[in-house]
Structure formats: structure tokens, C-alpha cells
Write a new protein. Structure first.
Length: 300
């Protein structure tokens, strides 16, 4: 018998969804390892000027931490750099689909013992890192197959992606989703967060891939385009341009805007202005609600 595959992941936790359409919903979280983007520009004075970047994650000594949850929330750069930077690889976890499933249920039961181990009132979110990297798609397949095998299936799954990775058709991802939707009554929800040059520092030819998101859309029309924004003219112009590229590919996900900053204080400084501008343009407004509820901590 073939030995079950162990998948690398950063975190498993039970919390609420803090962003976008499903804000406030009880959610099981699996943060998968690795990302193809770095987004060093987040929170920087000029995201397009790499020479001016402050990157506090580079100053952290991982050997001084026993758990990822003890790391600080980084004010500048990617707020989840611990889920892709190789310096933090020693703090990651490995587990088979069965181990991951059991850990998810354990986390849910710790917070909500009245669920009796049943996930029917919880959503499942796969995040990262980048969950649509090929090896992470394989992890999603295995974990969802485990839910189905246990006959304990979440009513909806969200995949939080930067939208730069195509579906790995040959690996059975589409087959698994079809089984989940058609035979289990589940919903696949795409949360696509394109990384803008004026916010993340990532260049468009690497970060904006509507041709791949079109394949997501063909698989499920349920989803959102979620942009992290700064309140600059250049950022709003880039948002309009990128939305146009997605619309030309037939992708009609609604647009959500949320303020840049991984910290509660950073959001409070700009959230009102960004919300006002988003509303003027007809967009929905989001925030990182978990930051307001629990503060600047990892694992919520």
C-alpha cells in the first residue's frame, strides 16, 4: 500500500472569516506553505521603490521561536511572510490529509464543543502562502477527499488566491470539486486578491493573470475580486485598469476594497478614506475584522 502523502502547512486554526463576502462566518483555516510572490511593497512609503523597503521579517531569528503563533505581525511587507520565506521553513508543520482533518476538527471542538465534531455550521478556507501552487492544489484535493470520506463536509470552501496559478487539471482538482459540488451539495468560493504594483510592489506581468482566473470562474461563478488599496490616485487608476482586464476575460466577480496594513493601527489610519473612495466608485468595502477583534496576533 502506498504511504499517504504528507503536506507542508503553516497553520491550522478555527476563527471567523475577517474579510469580504463571508465576513463573520465561523471558519476552519488551513494556511498552506509557499508562495510565488513576495509583496515586499505592502505598507511601504513607496511600494514601487525597492531601495526604500523596510522588511522586519528579515531581522527575525526563527531559532528564538517555538511556534509560528509567537511571531509578531509584520507592519511592512507581506503579513504572512512566515508562510513562504525559507528562513521560517523549520517552523512549518507536516501532516497527511487524515492528520490535517483531525487537527481541524480538534481546533473547532476546542472553540465550539457544541458542534460535536460536525463541520456543517462552519466554512473551510484554504489560504497561504499561495494555495493554488500545484503541490498545494494536491493538498486541497487530499484534505477535501478526507472530509468526504468522513462524511463530514463543510457547506462551503473558500480558496484565497493571488490568481496567478492555473488549475492543475491533470491532478484531479476539477474532478474533486465536481464531486464536492454535485454529490455533497458544497459551494466553491474564489477569493481572488490580485497584487497591485502600486500597493505590493509586484509587477503586473507576474502578478496579474486573468487568463488563469477565467478558468477558476468557469469552475465556479461564486467569488470575489478583493483589492488591498492605498488612497492614492495611482492605486485607484491601477485598480480600474486591472478590473478592466478581468472583465474582458468575462470574469464578473464583485469587487471588494480593503485598506492596506496588517495591523489594527495601520488600518484605522486609512480605512475611512479608502472606504469613502470605494463607495464613490461603486465597490464593496471590507476590512480585516479579525484585527479589530483580536489585535495584532498570528493565528486568528
Amino acid at each position: 500500500m502506498q504511504k499517504p502523502v504528507e503536506h507542508l502547512y503553516s497553520e491550522i486554526f478555527h476563527s471567523i472569516q475577517g474579510e469580504g463576502y463571508y465576513t463573520g462566518f465561523p471558519t476552519l483555516w488551513l494556511r498552506l506553505w509557499a508562495c510565488n510572490l513576495q509583496c515586499h511593497g505592502f505598507g511601504q512609503k513607496d511600494p514601487t521603490d525597492e531601495s526604500s523597503y523596510k522588511l522586519p521579517f528579515k531581522d527575525i531569528d526563527p531559532s528564538k521561536f517555538n511556534r509560528l503563533e509567537d511571531l509578531p505581525v509584520f507592519e511592512f511587507g507581506c503579513d504572512s511572510s512566515y508562510s513562504w520565506s525559507r528562513k521560517f521553513k523549520g517552523l512549518q508543520h507536516k501532516g497527511t490529509a487524515k492528520v490535517i482533518y483531525n487537527r481541524l476538527i480538534e481546533c473547532m471542538m476546542k472553540d465550539s464543543p457544541n458542534h460535536h465534531g460536525l463541520v456543517k455550521d462552519n466554512h473551510m478556507c484554504f489560504t497561504g502562502g499561495e494555495p493554488m501552487l500545484k503541490h498545494n492544489q494536491e493538498a486541497i484535493i487530499d484534505v477535501m477527499r478526507q472530509f468526504m470520506e468522513e462524511r463530514n463536509v463543510p457547506p462551503s470552501i473558500t480558496i484565497e488566491t493571488n490568481g496567478t496559478q492555473d488549475l492543475a487539471f491533470e491532478e484531479g482538482f476539477v474532478t474533486m470539486i465536481d464531486d464536492y459540488v454535485d454529490n455533497c451539495g458544497g459551494e466553491l468560493f474564489w477569493s481572488v486578491s490580485p497584487k497591485l504594483r502600486t500597493v505590493s510592489g509586484e509587477k503586473a506581468d507576474k502578478a496579474i493573470k486573468p487568463e488563469f482566473v477565467e478558468n477558476y470562474y468557469d469552475l465556479s461563478k461564486n467569488g470575489q475580486l478583493k483589492f488591498v488599496a492605498t488612497n492614492t490616485k495611482e492605486c485607484w487608476e491601477e485598480i480600474e485598469h486591472v478590473i478592466g482586464s478581468f472583465r474582458r476575460h468575462g470574469i464578473n466577480f464583485p469587487v471588494w476594497i480593503m485598506p492596506v496594513s496588517a495591523t489594527k493601527e495601520g488600518q484605522e489610519a486609512v480605512a475611512g478614506e479608502i472606504a469613502t473612495q470605494a463607495l464613490k466608485r461603486g465597490y464593496k468595502v471590507s476590512a480585516r475584522v479579525h484585527c479589530y477583534l483580536w489585535g495584532n496576533v498570528v493565528g486568528v
